[in-house]
Design a protein around this ligand. Structure first.
Ligand code: BDP
Length: 724
């Protein structure tokens, strides 16, 4: 008997600690929690007696399933299916052209665009009904998710009048996933694409991934890393890609692949990949046709060329324009597109790295084929905690520019720091380029409204933060970044605050005692990370390769612009990169109104000060204190803000699941430790130049500089295998 009892005890102990039965976050914002307010449930039940779905097909089957699951979970009901319109209180779902005339004629849908949806309360035979309609199947699905979203938030649905169109056409995630399932800059486990068991084994995750994306309007996914492997284009892998495309299709999600420029050599047996060579063009034509024969709605290619050692047209004396247009011409007959990245800088170009993409692309404005989008990172360097917007957004009015945001937090604390990225995205999108005078925001550039050419493609990409972790994103709050990216892709003018509010309600509770303080910390968190990592315009002072933690002293890498010292240029006079006329003159890439403002140290916003200026240590900032003191004050403020966040988190314990509470609490402790590390390492290092005492506001470093320099993390996650 004894061993058995011990075994039982072990099982019980494991059970208690396993978090079994507790929330693990897998459901994301789609947990469809039981509605705890009986009055509301009664109202909903009386308004939703019956469902009528007019179109039959894969997407409507998904809609049906989602409705069933959601309504069962939220209020324990299954709607009956009665196709007569006499009962009233029906939920009616159908494409604009499929709805009976007596319904569609009263809907006034002139402003509805394809993939947009309307949700309206309509009276039929003197009874109220709720209609969800759209010109397309995807729109019906988006409308259904929106409707369920209203229920989850316990909104009043008695008189609905919603019309919502996506403002951007192509809304894609970019997975930097390798074929061996590692994820470049991924901090949430391995790639969710199990290439080994595809195409036969369809993991439930693929379906849940598609549901989650569709629920926020994402309509495309680039499955593979921009540092691409040509093998993905071989028949063996294309079968697997097809299987994923088949899973995603009902959810309105198209599949795209990264195309390695040298693929004609590596898998095609050619001697060149010159984009003007007839054999090379023929090879891409045949390859593209092969892909479309398997995946008729294949989206197209994403290309990283002549960047960080990746092959490209310049290897053959050709330009980005030559390369992009060649690929576009082979995709065009199939209605595919090319997303050509502007993240380029070269080891043989001695000019400021921040200027190089502009110089390579802007002169060719207007010459790209119609199905090319130039994909531009939000800033000119590289996804830093704060960068001024990329000047290309204000300089290519005749070319569709696609935004590239990074959702995974390569430079913002990996998956251990709570930093709500929609705040960063919002700042970029609302920046004014002055391209057509005041009010020419980046959002208007990328949604096409600034240049009013209705035929032009529009797009936005987010580098995914998704992996095999139970909760998908490692940090529970990383889900908010995925959610927020989708919402902004749908409407780039949404406010970060609204996004935080929605996400919190859907994910946790609508209790204001929880929402209010947590929303507040989320909204502050972006400025907080800037404070403790890269205040006052400092940038790219991360340790090299893995980019984990501070490394402002790194100066031994082969390429100058890979070294943090290149970016901060600290010396005994001061710190910062002079991008004015006396320096690289990168300011001149902005519209005159902005260039003027950035150029003058007195008018340059303090958050960009060291981005544009080399500033003396004793230069007085607006608060009357020296630059040096202000650096210390910012670093300390960032640390203090993390401590405050921890205090807030402790107070909300009663409102959320214990497991989720503890997970986040532990990550916050890591964040605090790392914020202090950033402050101490950076201030100790910069002190060797400023030779000034730390400001009184700043807590002194616990160790000397040698200690911080000695820290070494050969196995920090997310690094490109070849960079180890
Ligand atoms: C850098 C990343 C590198 C990516 C590169 C890119 O460190 O892993 O390959 O961006 O966007 O920030 O191509």
């Amino acid at each position: 008997m004894k061993p058995k009892n011990n075994f039982l005890l072990l099982v019980l102990v494991l059970f208690a600690f396993s978090g079994y039965g507790q929330k693990n976050g897998y459901d994301l914002w789609l947990s469809y929690k039981k509605i705890d307010n009986e009055t509301i449930v009664d109202q909903y039940k009386s308004q939703l007696k019956n469902v009528i779905i007019y179109d039959a097909g894969e997407t409507t089957a998904v809609i049906d399933f989602e409705l069933k699951t959601a309504l069962k979970k939220m209020m324990g009901v299954t709607l009956s299916k009665d196709n007569s319109l006499n009962t009233g209180n029906s939920l009616i779902i159908g494409k604009v052209n499929s709805l009976p005339n007596n319904i569609s004629k009263n809907l006034s849908l002139t402003n509805l665009s394809s993939d947009g949806f309307a949700i309206r309360t309509v009276r039929i035979n003197n009874q109220n009904n709720t209609v969800i309609t759209s010109p397309t199947n995807s729109g019906l699905l988006y409308g259904t998710f929106h409707f369920l979203n209203l229920l989850q938030q316990q909104e009043n649905i008695a008189q609905l009048d919603v019309l919502d169109n996506p403002k951007i056409d192509i809304r894609v995630l970019n997975h930097w996933d390798n074929l061996d399932r590692t994820v470049e800059r991924g901090y949430a486990g391995f790639s969710i694409w199990n290439w080994h068991t595809l195409p036969t084994y369809i993991d439930q995750r693929y379906i849940d991934y598609a549901r989650a994306n569709a629920s926020i309007g994402i309509n495309g996914t680039v499955l593979t890393n921009v540092n691409s492997n040509a093998l993905i284009l071989t028949p063996h892998y294309l079968e697997k890609v097809k299987a994923l495309a088949d899973v995603f299709r009902p959810y309105g999600i198209k599949v795209y692949l990264t195309a390695r420029f040298s693929a004609p050599i590596e898998i095609g047996g050619l001697e060149t990949a010159d984009p003007l060579d007839a054999k090379v063009i023929e090879w891409w034509k045949t390859k593209t046709a092969e892909i479309y024969s398997l995946i008729p709605d294949f989206g197209g290619f994403l290309v990283k060329a002549n960047s960080e050692g990746e092959p490209g047209p310049q290897n053959y004396g050709r330009t980005h324009l030559d390369g992009a247009n060649m690929m576009a011409s082979v995709l065009a007959p199939h209605k595919g597109i090319v997303m050509w990245r502007a993240f380029v800088y070269s080891e043989i170009d001695p000019t400021d790295r921040a200027k190089q993409a502009y110089s390579e692309f802007v002169p060719d404005d207007g010459q790209y084929l119609e199905n090319v989008l130039i994909q531009v990172k939000n800033g000119a360097i590289d996804f830093q905690p704060r960068e001024p917007f990329h000047p290309m957004f204000g300089a290519m009015p005749n070319t569709p520019l696609m935004m590239e945001f990074q959702i995974t937090k390569e430079y913002l604390g990996f998956a251990t720091h709570l930093v709500f990225l929609p705040k960063l995205f919002e700042e970029v999108l609302q920046s004014d380029t002055f391209q057509q005078g005041k009010g020419s925001t980046v959002a208007k550039v990328i949604n096409g409204s600034l240049h009013k050419n209705d035929d032009k493609l529009t797009g936005i990409a987010g580098v995914a933060n998704i992996g095999t972790d139970l909760n998908w994103t490692g940090h529970l709050f990383g889900q908010a970044d995925w959610y927020g990216f989708g919402r902004l892709a749908w409407n780039p003018n949404l406010e970060a605050e609204k996004i935080a509010d929605e996400w919190l309600r859907l994910t946790f509770t609508k209790d204001e005692e929880f929402i209010k303080p947590i929303k507040k910390i989320m909204l502050k968190s972006r400025e907080m990370v800037v404070n403790y990592m890269n205040p006052l315009g400092l940038h790219h002072i991360f340790d090299s390769g893995h980019h984990y933690g501070p490394g402002p002293w790194v100066s031994n890498l082969s390429r100058p612009e890979w070294n943090p010292v290149y970016y901060h240029k600290a010396d005994k006079f001061g710190v910062g990169f002079d991008r004015t006329k006396s320096g690289s003159n990168a300011v001149a890439q902005y519209a005159p109104e902005l260039a003027e403002k950035f150029r003058n140290i007195e008018t340059c916003p303090e958050e960009y000060l060291l981005w544009f200026h080399h500033v003396a240590w004793d230069y007085k900032l607006k608060n009357g204190r020296t630059l040096w003191d202000n650096l210390g004050i910012h670093y300390q403020k960032g640390v203090n803000q993390v401590s405050e966040m921890i205090e807030t988190w402790e107070k909300i314990k009663p409102y959320i699941d214990e497991n989720q509470y503890h997970e986040t609490a532990m990550r916050l402790q890591i964040q605090l430790k790392e914020a202090i590390w950033w402050k101490d390492a950076c201030m100790s290092y910069f002190q060797t130049f400023s030779k000034m005492d730390f400001p009184i506001e700043m807590e002194k470093p616990a160790h000397d500089l040698a200690y911080y320099k000695s820290l070494n993390f050969p196995f920090a996650p997310g690094i490109r295998p070849s960079w180890h």
